[in-house]
Design a protein around this ligand. Structure first.
Ligand code: SF4
Length: 1017
């Protein structure tokens, strides 16, 4: 009957005009069509607020199509679900001979991209024949597009052959039925609001409805750059023969009292636009550092708005890519106690349920690895974590080769895996997976009903996991019946894993009332916000100028010459979306971006920010911009959004000084309840005095004091860091992973050398120039034996490489040995000789007496001269460098000197050198030994020495005496339990992983606050 167009720029009162017409038509059963379910809720509220909601039906476009189908009596065949469509698409690919697309068709994601393209072609009313014909006209023959047309035709054939239809087919069927039964709809007027783009089939439905009843279409458009992306819909509707009334709205009463926001709305992207002042607090700029830093800065602003009285649903965070960026913003805001609704979809395999299923698919397949099964068990809340830790330990230690090895000693295989393995065929396997999906989602709640609220008490109800469980189960059940479709192969585990990885679940479902929305500009088109944060304004992200279609790019679409396939220019679309963000807020617009990433690397901001600044008076950036850099990890006390953040802010300034904190709280005028919570948190902070420190338990102290025999190696460990010693020697945490590779290597190299010298392969007990080759070969054999010994741990490829390198390094050492001109020789009884390990019968050398206690140790090798007394002590290190004499005590190295004393006092020898060998130096580095040597005896020892290491007799004795004194002093501390976080040199070595136990980092914060140096122990 008629098509009335209501056209106007944003904020021209289109919504009011539509609602007015809807109300006027209420006695004729009007239908209002809006883009999304959320918009329907908002319109319902608006209608209710002013009366007149009764009798109005609010629908989305998809629901309108269903209504048309029902009213016209059309009976389309059953619809293919998305997984079923994908299966038919895959079957079409398999059934179509391809040349130009042969390689792409095997790439992961091809079927998904083709399915999207087919849906787009259907919505654009482009048939396979039309695409084929258009491709023939493309320069060069359009082989690529012709094959796409063949695939499309094959899909339609297979779909129809299976007696099914799809969403595109339903829309076509609705249009055809309405054409055939024009009176079926009756006279109910239809109103469209919030649409700024329609597909060809949607447009056809609008026209068909308009031919029979009153249709009103409200459209955002104004002839300007910011809205150029929507010019096509406007011209198509305007030129429709049924368009008999066009109401061009002027800007209505201002949507905002802020002149700066009105100015942006009207002039954004216009050339030669005037500049306006920005002194009404309508615009703020927030420059941040790092992704989390930006989310926290936005969270603080949101919290401040809420504290000032704003309702959460008056605030919107707009993100160009909410699926990628939204979860972080949502997590940070939730952490600050702000209720949020993240309007984005999360990939199913990023949920715990999805992860558990994908890893189960892998573990149950022929290529499954032990790591897959362990990853699955980790994602299964019903598996005790201790059991998984134990399994993971075995994995690190190389105990498993197959999936079955992991559960070889268990009573039964893990139940989800067993269920999949026992299934008779592919369809049953998928049904077993579907049952697992539900169980994985429900496991945390078993025996914990009722489930109330988002997180009720100890029941960790996570709605997205439940949604993921349902979505995955439905998906897998649908996949299980695909084999019944003609021409389609039954999917199996690998297909299931791919299908899960390409499915998403909505992060939020339901009304957004009472919540801060985190959403995309597309979902903002039909709504308004009092405060709008347009975030992550980075170059390359917003505007996002990347091409969006992997199969037919923009240029090829132009070449094909099918108008319905042309898209608005990418740049026009991005400008339009940014204008949507700028035109929605009524009170304030926040533009936020990151000037750097988390590491401080510069990150360029979006050029759209400069477009905004170009419309404002000079100097606006300086006035409007707040900066929150990497140096502000903790909010200022006045901006802290909750008691916890305030406690953190005050802890930084007042430490645990509650008096100072009380004064600060009073100055901030904090309410009593919050102040109480903050003080409770502050007093709960560990006092510096309570930090890990000297042991005080009398039982432990008694035990330590009773230790008369200490090990020289352990004492050296104490000197390196007494806390590390405490963890390693006393707490002895059990490691999941095997010993670090360097430790493993040190063990086998020492043993191979010891065995080599104990049973020399030549006539001499030292390698000589004539037989060094034999020594090297023998060393290689011994090393190989030890590497292959399973008792010493798994031989990983990395370890094999290390061992191979060590073999070459020791060969270089043996070559040096062969060149030595010395009368000293290794003595078999003095290889790995111990002191302080006497047996019960008193055999063996006694310990080194240090007064209150004594030391024991094991010396790698002692060479002795023909006089039977003159001796050189050797200690092998697999490092590339060892410590020289002058730095020994400074670096806490006293083992070799103490060994020299023990050799002297317990073995009756006269040491003339105590030296470390840097075996890791190999041939390319300085491999001279370092330590303490008697200057007068260096020629006899036969090694090249480093200046400073050889000393006279008096200094030699002094070095040993100083080591004895230090050992006495530090040994006494050890026996007193005086542990501290005192890494030698004030710096923790990179390999020490005990911070979570010694709590060094936490200590730094507190010591700072109390005037400490904060630079580490
Ligand atoms: S982290 Fe530093 S202070 Fe803590 S145990 Fe290790 S070396 Fe010692």
């Amino acid at each position: 009957m008629s098509l009335e167009l209501i056209v106007g720029p944003p904020n021209s009162g289109r919504a009011g005009a539509v609602l007015e017409r809807v109300r006027a038509a209420v006695d004729r059963d009007p239908v209002l069509v809006v883009p999304a379910a959320d918009d329907a809720t908002r319109f319902e509220q608006d209608l209710c607020r002013d009366g007149g909601a009764v009798g109005v039906t609010i629908r989305t476009f998809a629901a309108l199509v269903e209504d048309v189908v029902a009213l016209t009596g059309a009976s389309p065949p059953p619809t293919l679900s998305r997984p079923q469509r994908l299966a038919v698409v895959r079957a079409a690919v398999a059934a179509t001979p391809l040349r130009a697309l042969a390689r792409s068709a095997h790439a992961p994601g091809f079927a998904i991209a083709l399915d999207d393209l087919i849906a787009e072609l259907q919505a654009a009313l482009v048939s396979p024949d039309e695409l084929r014909a258009a491709a023939a006209g493309v320069e060069g023959g359009g082989a690529h597009e012709r094959e796409l047309a063949e695939l499309y035709a094959a899909y339609v054939r297979l779909r129809d052959g299976a007696g099914r239809t799809d969403a595109g087919g339903i829309a076509l069927a609705a249009a055809a039925a309405l054409r055939a039964h024009p009176d079926a709809w009756g006279s109910r007027p239809v109103f469209f609001y919030g649409f700024d783009d329609l597909t060809a089939v949607q447009l056809e439905l609008v026209r068909l409805l308009a031919a029979r009843t009153e249709v009103t279409f409200a459209l955002t458009f104004e002839d300007r750059r910011a809205l150029a992306a929507r010019a096509r819909l406007y011209s198509e509707l305007r030129e429709d023969p049924g368009a008999d009334a066009i109401h061009e709205l002027e800007r209505a009463a201002p949507h905002t009292s802020k002149a700066s926001l009105r100015h942006l709305d009207r002039h954004l992207f216009e050339t030669d636009a005037p500049q306006a002042p920005a002194d009404d607090d309508g615009i703020r700029l927030l420059e941040c550092a790092g992704e989390r830093g930006e989310a926290e800065a936005v969270g603080l602003e949101v919290a401040r708005l809420l504290a000032e009285g704003a309702r959460p649903d008056e605030i919107v965070v707009a993100l160009r890519h909410p699926t990628a960026d939204g979860p972080l913003f949502a997590a940070v805001l939730r952490g600050m106690g702000v209720p949020v609704a993240l309007e984005a979809s999360v990939p199913l395999d990023r949920t715990a349920v999805g992860r558990g299923l994908v890893t189960l698919c892998r573990a149950a397949s022929e290529e499954g690895t032990p790591a897959d099964l362990i990853a699955h068990l980790r994602a299964d809340p019903s598996t005790p974590p201790g059991l998984v830790d134990w399994a993971e330990r075995g994995l690190y230690r190389g105990r498993y080769e197959t999936v079955a090895d992991v559960y070889a000693g268990w009573e039964a295989p893990p139940r989800h895996l067993a269920r999949v393995l026992e299934a008779g065929d592919a369809a049953e396997r998928l049904r077993a997976l579907a049952a697992t999906a539900r169980e994985l989602a429900e496991a945390p709640h078993r025996e914990r009903a009722p489930l109330v609220g988002e997180r009720s008490g100890s029941t960790p109800l996570d709605p997205i996991e439940l949604r993921a469980g349902i979505a995955a189960a439905e998906l897998l059940e649908e996949l299980a019946v695909i084999g019944a479709l003609p021409g389609c192969e039954q999917p199996d585990l690998a297909d299931a894993a791919e299908a899960i990885a390409s499915t998403t679940v909505p992060a939020w479902r339901g009304s957004t009332e009472g919540r801060v929305r985190i959403t995309s500009p597309y979902r903002l088109r039909a709504s308004r916000a009092r405060y709008l944060f347009c975030c992550s304004l980075q170059e390359g992200s917003f505007p996002n100028l990347a091409s969006t279609d992997p199969l037919i790019g923009e240029q090829r679409r132009a070449d094909l010459g099918i108008p319905a396939l042309r898209r608005a220019g990418v740049a026009d679309e991005e400008r339009y979306l940014f204008h949507v963000c700028v035109s929605r807020p009524t009170e304030r617009l926040y533009l936020t971006w990151r000037a750097s990433d988390d590491e401080g690397q510069p990150a360029p901001r979006s050029p759209f920010i400069d477009e905004v600044l170009d419309l404002l008076e000079p100097g606006a950036e300086k006035r409007l911009k707040r900066t929150r850099g990497l140096a502000h990890p903790v909010p200022e006390p006045h901006e802290a959004p909750d008691a916890r953040s305030l406690a953190r802010a005050l802890a930084l300034r007042c430490g645990t000084d509650t008096g100072a904190a009380r004064d600060a709280l009073a100055a901030l005028d904090v309410d009593l309840e919050t102040a109480g919570a903050v003080l409770e948190l502050l007093t709960g902070l560990p006092d510096p005095e309570d930090m890990p420190g000297p042991l005080s338990n009398p039982v432990v102290l008694r035990d330590l004091a009773s230790r008369r025999l200490l090990s020289a190696g352990s004492l050296e460990g104490w000197i390196q860091c007494s806390y590390r010693w405490f963890v390693e020697h006393e707490l002895e945490p059990e490691r999941l992973e095997p010993p670090a590779d360097p430790l493993w290597l040190g063990g086998i190299v020492h043993e191979a050398l010891s065995r080599l010298y104990a049973d020399p392969p030549g006539a001499d007990s030292l390698p000589r120039p004539g037989d060094v080759g034999r020594w090297k070969r023998r060393f290689g054999e011994l090393l190989d034996e030890l590497v292959a010994d399973p008792e010493r741990g798994a031989t990983t490829p990395a370890r094999k490489l290390l061992a191979e390198r060590a073999r070459r390094q020791v060969e270089a050492f043996l070559e040096t040995e062969a060149q030595r001109d010395t009368d000293l020789r290794p003595r078999r009884d003095l290889l790995e000789v111990g002191f302080g390990f006497e047996g019960e019968d008193g055999e063996g050398a006694g310990p080194l007496d240090l007064g209150e206690f004594a030391l024991r140790g094991r010396i790698d090798r002692i060479d002795v001269a023909p006089d039977g007394r003159t001796a050189v002590l050797h200690d092998y290190k697999t490092a590339t460098k060892v410590t020289g004499r002058s730095a020994l005590l400074r670096e806490g190295r006293l083992q070799i000197q103490l060994y020299a004393l023990a050799a002297q006092e317990q073995l009756g020898l006269r040491p003339i050198a105590a030296i470390y060998h840097p075996l890791g130096a190999g041939r390319s580095r300085d491999r001279r030994p370092r330590g303490v040597l008697l200057k007068d005896e260096t020629a006899r020892i036969g090694f090249d020495t480093v200046r400073g290491d050889p000393v006279d007799e008096e200094t030699f004795a002094e070095e040993l005496a100083k080591a004895r004194e230090l050992a006495r002093e530090r040994g006494a501390e050890m026996r007193d339990g005086g542990i501290k976080r005192d890494p030698i040199g004030g710096e923790c070595p990179f390999y020490c992983t005990y911070q979570p136990i010694c709590r060094l980092e936490r200590a730094i914060g507190l010591e700072d606050a109390n005037g400490g140096n904060g630079e580490g122990a």
